[in-house]
Write a protein that binds this ligand. Structure first.
Ligand SMILES: N[C@@H](CCC(=O)N[C@@H](CS)C(=O)NCC(=O)O)C(=O)O
Length: 186
């Protein structure tokens, strides 16, 4: 199996961490994003990562890849938590994308909406309920890890000391060390 990834992608990082901790063995293939010459496009026309190539079949979208590997949570409460974590990553990612646009194309109103959404999700969660080795726990750590390295405009630690302590402990393990996203300058 081949997992197509980008080193900065928080979505891909969920799979990369779980793959290191749970197996099965997969090859990671780095691909450029938004590049018409990307080798990913021959397998997956959307051109987004992560994509899992299993034999001839290329599966995109994190929940579908998790389902294929048997890593979706089995209980509904954990499923609900995972859904919120994927929404959190999506919120931060689209907010970040707006900040990459030329200044005249950015939308402060859109950014404010996503700040509110991401803050609301973090303020609603109890970190003690997230087992850091569970799928939803890994997703939470990947969301916060993205903010640490690629979306530092979101001061998520402020006023959230319990969550900050949870994060610092959660990422102190080899699978997170091996997948630290490069800084983006944002
Ligand atoms: N809903 C998708 C989100 C994947 C996604 O947005 N990936 C980003 C990287 S974090 C991407 O590939 N972007 C490429 C682009 O915007 O062209 C999933 O669950 O996998």
């Amino acid at each position: 199996m081949i997992l197509f990834i980008s080193p900065g992608s928080p979505f891909a990082r969920i799979l990369r961490v779980l793959m290191r901790e749970r197996g099965p063995e997969m090859t990671e293939q780095l691909v450029p994003l938004r590049d018409p010459a990307s080798p990913l496009l021959e397998h997956s026309p959307p051109g987004r990562v992560p994509v899992l190539l299993d034999g001839e079949v290329a599966i995109g979208e994190v929940p579908l890849i998790l389902a294929h590997l048997g890593w979706l949570p089995v209980n509904p409460v954990a499923s609900a938590r995972l859904g919120q974590m994927l929404a959190l990553i999506d919120s931060i990612a689209v907010w970040n994308r707006d900040l990459r646009r030329p200044p005249e194309q950015r939308s402060p109103a859109f950014q404010a909406l996503e700040l509110t959404r991401a803050s609301r999700i973090l303020d609603a969660l109890d970190p003690a309920a997230y087992d850091p080795f569970s799928t939803e726990g890994v997703a939470l750590a990947c969301a916060l890890g993205y903010c640490e390295r690629r979306h530092t405009v979101f001061r998520w630690r402020q006023g959230r000391s319990r969550l900050a302590a949870w994060y610092d402990a959660a990422v102190a393990r080899p699978a997170f060390d091996a997948t630290i996203p490069p800084p983006s300058g944002i």
